[in-house]
Design a protein around this ligand. Sequence first.
Ligand code: F6P
Length: 332
Amino acid sequence: MKKIGVLTSGGDAPGMNPAIRAVVRTAAYRNKEVIGFYNGYDGILKNNYIELNRRSVGDIIHRGGTFLRTARCDEFKTKKGRKKAYKNLEQLKVDGLIVIGGNGSLTGAKLLYEEFNLPVMGIPATIDNDLAMTEFCIGFDTAMNTVLDALNKIRDTATSHERTFVVEIMGRDAGYLALHTGMAGGAESILIPEIDFRLEEIISNCKAGIKRGKLHNIIVVAEGAGKKLKDETDDKRSIGAIIGNHIKKELSVETRITILGHLQRGGSPTAIDRIISTRMGAKSVELLLDGDEAKMVSFDGKKILGVNLDEALSKEKNIDMDIYNLARIMSL
Ligand code: F6P
């Protein structure tokens, strides 16, 4: 293997830059060339790339986002698009591709391997932390800290005004970010897609809190929660708005709704994200050079490993029920 391609794809995640840096510097250490494609798979299709060396990835370790930029590419989702991409990679003499991104992005890498036998490595990077077979995805820790900072600030104003706040957190169909930040932020209720809830239950929790003399009530809700409720009521508003408005109707407490949105995806990566992404970036190059194909690098809580990409993508990542139950006990 002489030349490695690298790209970032899907939603950006803090830590993508240190991961690219580690790929480039590990490859340089092993005397290999690296080219970086701009805007994810779209960069392969448009031959939009840059040759990367140790210096080109200087001064990016602390930056959020991704200097290679990112995109969600519809053309690459078609077989025709992938064939074109493979041809371009062949012409550029790329022997292996490292894809940094979430589920959809890593699925693209898997298809390149299955359809054209191109060795690929996936680096899990998404604030949703919803990829199986890895404890952490790049970006999750930074996003948790960003959300926690927001929750602390909301708590200040909530207590001062004795208000109830519904805070909607990103995560697409997964509740990791909401669950972990809800626990760390001491939320009174945590609503996630993986666990059904009833509106009456939330109201009675609020009432119980008020009765116990709580000065505020913070309800953390994952953006993907309450699908059943939305379907039943055909309500098109965000789940945060639905719950907030329900509380306003049912209780005589002042209620505010905060949707944190894309600020959760930005910011300088935390030390943990920088360390994990550096280790994952380096490992992905080592695996490719050792002749491994179609793996995802993973963090098992201690070590960085290579796991089967297909297996990682086909498994569901389950919520840690111990964390969920503990968060509930803490809020009583
Ligand atoms: O997958 C990361 C994520 O931030 C999700 O949490 C969120 O649902 C989605 O991306 C938002 O996507 P977009 O940036 O395209 O609006």
